[in-house]
Design a protein around this ligand. Structure first.
Ligand code: ZN
Length: 166
């Protein structure tokens, strides 16, 4: 097949020119142009099923297959060489770039988040510690080694864990 007239310049690289012998090629040339189904740069684009055919959703021309280089060359997708199909991929790339940038900016902003004051944290922690201490003393006064249904030791460990997570 010659390169179709609807081929977008961005898809021309996917057509290869193979030597087929003098004048046996396209338009009396020595080369035959073919769609390189295993080209590494190929990515699937939107294709519709029309009966038992697959057509490009943008231009309606027959979809071009993408094949894996692994054994048996299984078909792994379909695409087209028209402007619409190239625009789809360009749009996808822009979207991915924007998402990546957005994530970077989010991370940067998270790192700029105001940090709690060390002295305020210390005030809170010591107040919590005093409360726990008081609670334990109250329990012990009532001759119980349990805080609720927990042994005193477990209760202390749990409370300390809460504080350290602050
Ligand atoms: Zn198309």
């Amino acid at each position: 097949m010659p390169i179709p007239e609807y081929c977008d310049p961005r898809a021309e690289e996917f057509f290869t020119r193979g030597f087929v012998g003098e004048r046996h090629g396209e338009n009396g040339t020595s080369y035959r142009i073919s769609w390189d189904t295993t080209h590494e740069g190929l990515q699937p684009t939107l294709v519709l099923k029309a009966g038992n055919r697959r057509i490009c959703a943008y231009c309606g021309n027959p979809a071009l297959s993408i094949q894996s280089r692994s054994e048996g060359y299984p078909t792994i997708g379909h695409t087209c060489c028209c402007k619409g199909s190239r625009d789809e991929l360009e749009h996808k790339e822009k979207l991915e770039a924007l998402q990546a940038r957005h994530e970077e900016e989010m991370t940067a902003l998270m790192n700029e988040a105001p940090r709690p004051s060390k002295s305020v944290v210390e005030v809170a922690v010591s107040a919590s510690a005093r409360r726990i201490e008081q609670e334990l003393l109250d329990r012990v006064d009532r001759n119980s080694a349990m805080v609720g249904d927990q042994p005193v030791g477990d209760y202390i460990a749990e409370q300390l864990d809460h504080i350290s997570r602050f």
